[in-house]
Design a protein around this ligand. Structure first.
Ligand code: CA
Length: 231
C-alpha cells in the first residue's frame, strides 16, 4: 500500500507518515497542491490524504485537479472546519471521505483501510462532447464512428478541453495537464499542439470545434463543432 500525504505543516505530515509506515504503508509527502498533482500523476497511490488548508490551491481545488488529470485513488480529506457546507463541497469535488481535525490516528487509519478496500473510485466512462468521444482509460478518441490517433500531448490537450466543454481553458491550464515545468516558450508550444489537434479532430471532418479566445486560451464548443442543425 502506498499513500500520498498532502499537508504543508511538516510536523503533521511527518506524524501521519510515521504512523502509516508503522502500519506497513509506504507514504510520500507533498507540501503543496501542485506537488501533489504532479506526484499522483507520476506514481500510482492506493490512497491520498489531503489537507484542505494548503498554500496556493486549497484541498478542494487539488482534489478537482487530481480527478481532472485522471487520478482516481480514493481521497481522504482532512478539514479543520466542521461545517455541513464543507462536507458537501468535499464530496462534490470528488473526495471520498473526510476527517475533521483534530482526529485520532486510529480513526485516520480506520478510514484509510475502508477506502483502500473499496479501491479506486469509479472512473468516468467515455467523455462526450457532441460527436467527439474520448476514453481516458484506454486512451482512445473518436469522432462519430471514426477512430482518431492522437499523440500523448494531443490527447492530454483534448482531454483537458473535453472536461470543460464551452469554457475557456487558459494556456496555463493546458500546459499544467500536458507538460512538466521545464518547457520554455510555453504559449507557443500550446499553439503548435492545438494546430496539430485541429488537423486531426476538426479538419478531416469539416468542423471547427476548438476556438481560439484571443489573449485567454482555447474553448471547445459544447456541440463538439458540429452544429445541431446540420445533424
Ligand atoms: Ca495544512
Amino acid at each position: 500500500m502506498r499513500a500520498l500525504i498532502v499537508e504543508d505543516e511538516s510536523k503533521m505530515a511527518n506524524l501521519i507518515r510515521r504512523g502509516l509506515s508503522e502500519q506497513g504503508y509506504a507514504a510520500d509527502i507533498a507540501s503543496t497542491g501542485e506537488d501533489a498533482v504532479w506526484m499522483a500523476g507520476a506514481t500510482e497511490y492506493d490512497a491520498i490524504v489531503l489537507d484542505v488548508m494548503l498554500p496556493g490551491a486549497d484541498g478542494f481545488e487539488v482534489c478537482r485537479r487530481l480527478r481532472a488529470s485522471g487520478v482516481f485513488a480514493p481521497v481522504l480529506m482532512l478539514t479543520a472546519r466542521d461545517s455541513v457546507e464543507d462536507r458537501v463541497a468535499d464530496l462534490d469535488m470528488g473526495a471520498d471521505d473526510y476527517l475533521t481535525k483534530p482526529f485520532s490516528f486510529a480513526e485516520l487509519l480506520a478510514r484509510l483501510r475502508a477506502l483502500t478496500r473499496r479501491g479506486p473510485v469509479e472512473q468516468p466512462p467515455w467523455l462526450e462532447v457532441g460527436d467527439l468521444q474520448l476514453d481516458p482509460r484506454s486512451r482512445q478518441t473518436r469522432r462519430g464512428v471514426v477512430e482518431i490517433e492522437l499523440s500523448t500531448k494531443e490527447f492530454a490537450l483534448l482531454e483537458t478541453l473535453m472536461r470543460r466543454p464551452g469554457q475557456v481553458v487558459s494556456h496555463f491550464d493546458l500546459l499544467e495537464h500536458g507538460w512538466d515545468r521545464s518547457y520554455e516558450n510555453r504559449s507557443n508550444l500550446i499553439q503548435v499542439y492545438i494546430r496539430y489537434l485541429r488537423e486531426k479532430v476538426d479538419r478531416p471532418f469539416g468542423v471547427r470545434s476548438i476556438e481560439t479566445v484571443r489573449g485567454s486560451g482555447y474553448r471547445l464548443r459544447k456541440d463538439g463543432g458540429r452544429p445541431a442543425a446540420a445533424g
